[in-house]
Design a protein around this ligand. Structure first.
Ligand SMILES: [Fe+2]
Ligand SMILES: [Fe+2]
Length: 192
């Protein structure tokens, strides 16, 4: 089975705790897909593979981003770990032979999102923050929210990520702002 092939391949690339996290995201993404009407197999695959480049050193990520001709913002260079998402998608295409464009896109935007997030992109983004291995203070409330209102859960994820960046004095990537604004403007209960 396809998933088994990727499972074995990935296991050799990630540290055990990162692999555990990937299995948790796979499970959670498939559950969210079933609830919100997305393809559960695609969601599971995206969840399993999303962090395939997460164990690469920062310098390697910047180097590979150059090799793959990825557009680089100065925030990417300041915080190169963000690049594990788009670099991971390129590796999945080149080294794993993955050709599912929807899965590749979801992996590519799972750290920042963008202004055109698909349902699968949103599911992966949220699943990454609420998988069973996550134990942050508000995670249970976020899990409940994700089951009933995925868009609002995603907004909550952005609020947490942006607040965290601000608390560290880090720059905030403009694609996060763009993604968050789009979510706000596209909400059916928009108030502004
Ligand atoms: Fe990641
Ligand atoms: Fe992750």
């Amino acid at each position: 089975m396809e998933l088994e092939f990727y499972y074995q391949r990935l296991k050799g690339m990630l540290k055990p705790d990162r692999f555990e996290h990937s299995l948790g995201v796979m499970e959670t993404a498939a559950q969210l897909a079933a609830i919100h009407g997305a393809d559960a197999q695609q969601a599971a695959l995206a969840g399993l593979l999303h962090d395939c480049a997460r164990s690469l050193p920062r310098e390697t990520l910047v180097e590979m981003a150059g090799e793959f001709n990825l557009p680089l913002h100065e925030v990417d260079l300041a915080l190169p770990m963000l690049l594990h998402a788009p670099v991971g998608a390129c590796l999945l295409r080149r080294d794993f032979g993955l050709r599912d464009e929807a899965v590749l896109r979801a992996v590519s935007v799972h750290t920042l999102g963008d202004g055109q997030m698909t349902l699968l992109d949103q599911i992966l983004f949220v699943a990454d923050k609420i998988e069973p291995g996550r134990h942050s203070r508000d995670v249970d409330q976020l899990r409940d929210l994700a089951n009933c209102d995925l868009g609002r859960a995603l907004l909550q994820c952005y609020a947490m990520s942006i607040s965290y960046a601000l608390s560290l004095g880090d720059p905030v990537h403009p694609r996060m702002i763009e993604a968050r604004n789009r979510l706000i403007f596209d909400r059916p209960d928009r108030k502004i």
